[in-house]
Write a protein that binds this ligand. Sequence first.
Ligand code: SF4
Ligand code: SF4
Length: 443
Amino acid sequence: MTAIEELSPEAQAALTEILKCTSCGLCKDVCPVFAVSHREAESPRGKVNLLQALLEEKIDSTKEGIDIFNRCLLCYACQDACPAGVKTEKLWVPARDLLAREAGAPFFKSYILRKLLSNPELAKLGYRLAKKLPGDDNRIHVRGKILPRPAQDRLDKLLPEILEARGKFQGTVLFFPGCLLTEIFPRVGYQAAELLSNLGYRVITPKKRGCCGAPQFNNGEMDVAREMASRNIELFSSLEFDAIVSPDATCGGAFHHEYDLLFPEGSPLRQRYQEVLSKVKDFGEFLYDAIFRQESLGFQPVDKLVTVHDSCHLSHSQHKADIPRRLLAFIPDLTMVESDRNELCCGFGGSYATFFPDESRKIAQRKLGYLTAGNCGVIAVGSPGCLWKLRTEAAELSLDVRINHYVEILWESLLGRPLQEQSGKSNYSQATLFDSNEDEANF
Ligand code: SF4
Ligand code: SF4
């Protein structure tokens, strides 16, 4: 057995967390993966024990160990539920990093993360080719894996690099839509930018942006994640703006948490990262403040019963689950209902949905059961990953419910109808979201 002082600083930090665990098992009650697998090894407690054994070298790193740590959504509901304060965010990614270094990451996954998605031009080509692959409206199938189907046109075809402010000028924002809103849901990305523009912001969406690097970071590919993050920091530093916002909570969270770990004190880009970080704002909070400051915006009524699905990156990681609710509360006639078990993840989990499609489907369908129990007509989400997962599984179950990003609902109320004072200001289709089933490909 290795003495703790002989371990690396990261391993020592992980072991310090592990030693807080009292084995009470309360984390198992909130773990969506354990709820469908019923395997102790895949539960948070099981993984804590496994990681301790690995760090203390009581067992060797194996492919099976890699598989177990990959069978985790990184939703961090377990962290919020733990009475002993075990910070699982200090365990699961370092475990993947450790295992990837010692036993090697799975080839296909590693290839996609390291080679394809890390290179913006190759990624663009990959998305273009992926449109032609077999599957259905929402999904493509590649060698038994499931991926979201890219939209016909990527966001940059619809949105100019600079969208000028309308009305009284409030400032300039750097808009970082993230890969899913760029490639899978460009309509939502467009609507988010258009909301900002109508609130008086000049919106810069740099064409040279790459992925934020969160998928690589979360899968233990730290060197590639750092390289991608560095490129983004360099790009952001070369532009003039007042704030950076991302309607994808995953990217917004990455700027705060993952980048902080990738550029620790003493690293060459630390200072530039901190300058950038000082301008990073949560998109929902930014939107809320911008709306709140306006005298009257003419929100049109949306007479719907809406329930909010708490996206993990907003609720467990950032503890900002109230933001979508506060935004939707601006809309007249919209009634919100709360659903049970909102701590449960939708089953997306980034690469989890791709590599464990059966388990991911079961988790999503279980969550949809809770979300639809109150007979709501609309489920609002705050992340494009949840939007894809829940929409895909609702379609699979033929559920009579709409799944929308809260951006879509706000856009519908503010800009979606030909309001007199706004007519001609939008080059977007005037079809209402609730009355049409227009999909991304038709936009
Ligand atoms: S809830 Fe916390 S203390 Fe209890 S088993 Fe899980 S990790 Fe350990
Ligand atoms: S992060 Fe989520 S999926 Fe992973 S062990 Fe914790 S509760 Fe389970």
